[in-house]
Design a protein around this ligand. Structure first.
Ligand SMILES: *Cc1c(COP(=O)(O)O)cnc(C)c1O
Length: 477
């Protein structure tokens, strides 16, 4: 398809930009650009058709099934956006006097209360912009906490080998050394291996439960106790909160800080370069280390305070407020009954799919899974040469998004499926049919699977070339 620059014709224009409603100011000569500004000159239909055409080349959650494990691609209810678009929320300025925005500030105190109740935490900050940013913020707090106690030898963070890559990356950015603990045959933390690595240098542990193979670690209170007894802190990676929200609480499992991926568990849009929100919650004894702009309800209304030993700011102002409005809408809409019901349905859907696939696709960590499960294509690959990548590419032919591939790294040729609670039985049955068909093709006509996808606008891309030699800029002649 043509790029927007290729559609451009000199002199063509459209009227989508509102008239100037402030006095015009002449730009001083020194600040004026010398080279030509290459803006595409296009009409309104040109723009509309351009973006519609682009959208047709991609597959989104509005197109079909999107079971991307570890990412929780659940449907984002439209009412979330209606609430976020209310002028009282959408037209605020971060420097507006606080007494003019008390209603909006209640979004913070109300979210802290409800998310605190769901996670078992006492206080929350909404400054971090994503899960990984929450991890980074929390680890700065770990560090500040140990330093405040003059406990300076704690420089190690323990991370299981099944962890998401952001865990060791965040810990390393804060200056901690990473200690890996292996998983046992059930995919859970090996307690003996954990005991062998804790000590006076342990700053803390980072863990997600259920873990990245979709299994709830039953030893969780023992694990967190081992860390606490050694003087360390426990961090809960909340990316997998979806199957346990309203059912069990990280705070009761022995965790001291949690992050939440609002864009996963609480139905706000994912990435795309857009703003996200990765709040963290902490137990009362860590409150004074929270970032600046901690919202507190006082007699005069909601005010922002600076905790006495704050780690500082990790984001401008109060974080991405409108994303939080969407999450709060979702929580209030579902209510106390709807939140655990969503969790139960997420677990049911995952187990339904797993049950109908595990006779063909090997599930290395079996038993009842939580909201997602991981299959291994290793045996199929040995038998037929068809890899996890080939299976994923074949799925694209069926107007479905492939699952997460090659993660977690402890499972060879991994495919990680998370149907989420928002999909119907018919959709799951259709997906099961597709997976079973691909399995059959792998053994009967592997060349077809290797060549997939055959019917998509873009077929196999040169991934290595794209990474090594990216062309991301249009060259004007
Ligand atoms: C998604 C994810 C993260 C990182 O969260 P972002 O919001 O993408 O930064 C961390 N841990 C796990 C297990 C995840 O799935």
């Amino acid at each position: 398809m043509e790029l927007i620059f290729e559609r451009s014709k000199p002199g063509r224009y459209n009227q989508m930009i509102p008239d100037l409603d402030v006095p015009e100011v002449a730009i001083p000569e020194a600040f004026k650009r010398e080279s030509e500004l290459h803006l595409p000159e296009v009409s309104q239909p040109d723009i509309s058709r351009h973006y519609t055409e682009l959208a047709k080349q991609a597959h989104g959650v509005n197109d079909g099934f999107y079971p991307l494990g570890s990412c929780t691609m659940k449907y984002n209810p439209k009412i979330n956006d209606e609430m976020a678009a209310l002028p009282g929320f959408a037209n605020l300025h971060p420097l507006q006097p606080l007494d003019t925005i008390q209603g909006a500030l209640e979004v913070f105190t109300e979210s802290e209360k409800l998310l605190g109740e769901i996670t078992g935490m006492d206080h929350m900050t909404f400054q971090p912009a994503a899960g990984a940013h929450g991890e980074f913020t929390a680890l700065l707090m770990f560090k500040a906490y140990h330093e405040s106690r003059k406990d300076s030898k704690r420089h190690k963070i323990i991370v299981p080998d099944s962890a998401h890559g952001t865990n060791p990356a965040s810990a390393s950015m804060v200056g901690f050394e990473i200690v890996n603990v292996p998983s046992d045959e059930a995919g859970c933390v090996d307690l003996e291996a954990l005991k062998a690595v804790v000590g006076e240098d342990t700053a803390g542990l980072m863990l997600t439960n259920p873990n990245t193979v979709g299994i709830f670690d039953k030893n969780i209170t023992e694990i967190t106790k081992i860390i606490h007894d050694a003087g360390g802190l426990n961090y809960y990676d909340g990316a997998n909160l979806n199957p346990i929200m309203g059912v069990v609480r990280p705070g009761d499992m022995g965790f001291d800080i949690v992050h939440l991926n609002i864009h996963k568990t609480f139905s706000t849009p994912h990435g795309g370069g857009g703003p996200g929100c990765g709040p963290i919650g902490c137990k009362a004894f860590l409150k004074e280390f929270l970032p600046k702009f901690y919202p507190v309800a006082t007699e005069k209304g909601v005010e922002f305070t600076t905790p006495s030993q704050t780690i500082g700011s990790v984001k401008g102002f109060y974080g991405h407020f409108l994303v939080l409005v969407r999450a709060l809408t979702y929580i209030l809409y579902l209510g106390k009954e709807g939140i655990p019901e969503a969790a139960h349905n997420a677990v049911l859907n995952a187990n339904y799919m797993k049950h109908h696939l595990e006779d063909l696709y090997e599930v290395p960590y079996g038993g009842i899974c939580m909201h997602e499960f991981v299959m291994s294509v290793e045996k199929i690959k040995k038998d037929t040469g068809v890899s996890a990548l080939d299976v994923a590419k074949s799925i694209l032919e069926h107007e479905m998004h492939p699952p997460t591939m090659y993660f977690p790294m402890i499972v060879p040729e991994a495919l990680m499926v998370e149907p989420t609670e928002t999909e119907s039985k018919e959709t799951l049955d259709e997906a099961i049919k597709v997976y079973r068909q691909i399995y059959e093709d792998a053994y009967k006509q592997p060349e077809k699977v290797h060549a997939a996808p055959a019917n998509t606008p873009i077929r196999r891309v040169d991934e290595v070339g794209a990474a090594r030699n990216p062309k991301i800029r249009y060259e004007f002649s």
